[in-house]
Design a protein around this ligand. Structure first.
Ligand SMILES: [Zn+2]
Length: 350
């Protein structure tokens, strides 16, 4: 058992930034910064309903998930060509490298683009090429997960899957995102069964705003291997036991939860309790351009607001590798690097 060194509160942010980590819950369209939205709008001749970068940024005051989604879809309207998708993903991956993210599993929402007439091929090729080039340049491992929009029909999800299958070698799994309440996982039972048959990994957003019942059905009806968000699980003791027993990962996004009012303040976030309950919780950025920060910002701010320590930091980073769909050899290497970084902090202190 690796002994976690005591690290002072003053040095904890440095440790959080330095430790290697995986990001498992990032919507690539949610990494579009206002500056890039305006640059792409100009390049593509798209007129935005905002006068300036500043006006767009100041519209980022959300009251719930839906108020965010309305702006999010407006921002995505500037993405038309393969190069646009490439540039967006490269910008995210450059930030991820700065945050010492060694592996990213990136969500993309093809229906947001195909509904506007952008071909599936354009979306997948742009994103996939960005992942390959980022890996070649900086060594970051990056893969793609195709998400179905849950406010649309299962029929639409099936059509989207069919369109994407010629490029199945370019994504590792499927997910379920967008407006949760009123769109339970059961709605997508058949399309997820088909995805499992195809050998795709399966994840789903559940228990962000929705009740624990949505997490049960994500597990039992969809066969989800990971639950995105899942913070409402703590309201259900039997569910917590099940998640802990199976080490089913939760991809928690603290700044997103704060911005969308899932918790009134970061200090009220239940991440420490999720970890204490033995759950495989991880920290992620969700839609970093909209929610005020990337992965390290999420870690530093949630640690500053709660009483978590180096022990929790180690557990979160270790969980992120355990929860990933990366090859076991890569996971072992990253776990080893994680220990090495923590050991550096021992030498400095003692
Ligand atoms: Zn999300």
């Amino acid at each position: 058992m690796f002994k976690i060194p005591p690290v002072s509160a003053a040095r904890l942010p440095e440790l959080l930034r330095a430790m290697p980590k995986a990001e498992l819950h990032i919507h690539i369209e949610g990494s579009l910064e206002p500056e890039l939205i305006f640059a792409l709008a100009q390049r593509n001749g798209v007129t935005l309903p905002y006068a300036s970068v500043q006006a767009l940024r100041s519209a980022y005051a959300f009251s719930n998930l839906q108020s965010f989604l309305d702006i999010y879809y407006a921002g995505a309207s500037v993405l038309l060509h393969e190069q646009d998708f490439y540039d967006m993903a490269r910008a995210y991956l450059a930030r991820a490298v700065q945050d010492n993210v060694v592996h990213a599993e990136i969500f993309f929402d093809p229906q947001t683009h195909t509904a506007r007439g952008v071909p599936m091929e354009t979306v997948i090729h742009g994103l996939h090429r960005a992942c390959q080039d980022a890996r070649a340049e900086s060594g970051i491992s990056a893969t793609l997960i195709l998400c179905f929009l849950r406010h649309l029909s299962e029929e639409d999800a099936f059509a989207t899957l069919e369109q994407a299958l010629p490029w199945q070698d370019k994504f590792i799994g499927v997910g379920l995102d967008s407006s949760e309440v009123g769109h339970p996982p059961e709605k997508f039972a058949r399309v997820f069964a088909r995805c499992r048959e195809l050998g795709l990994h399966v994840v789903a957003h559940a228990g962000e705003e929705g009740p624990p019942a949505y997490i049960w059905s994500a597990l039992d009806v969809l066969g989800a291997e990971r639950i995105d968000h899942g913070v409402q699980a703590l309201h259900d003791v039997a569910l917590v036991q099940r998640l802990a027993q199976n080490r089913t990962p939760l991809t928690v996004c603290p700044l997103s939860n704060q911005k969308l009012c899932v918790f009134p303040n970061l200090k009220d976030h239940n991440l420490p309790q999720l970890l204490e309950a033995g759950l495989c919780a991880t920290v992620n950025s969700d839609d970093p351009a909209y929610f005020g920060g990337y992965l390290n910002d999420n870690l530093v701010q949630v640690f500053a607001a709660t009483d978590m320590t180096a022990r929790h930091a180690y557990q979160l980073a270790s969980n992120s590798f355990e929860a990933s769909f990366a090859p076991e050899a890569d996971k072992r290497l990253w776990q080893h690097r994680l220990k090495e970084v923590f050991e550096l902090f021992v030498e400095h202190d003692y």
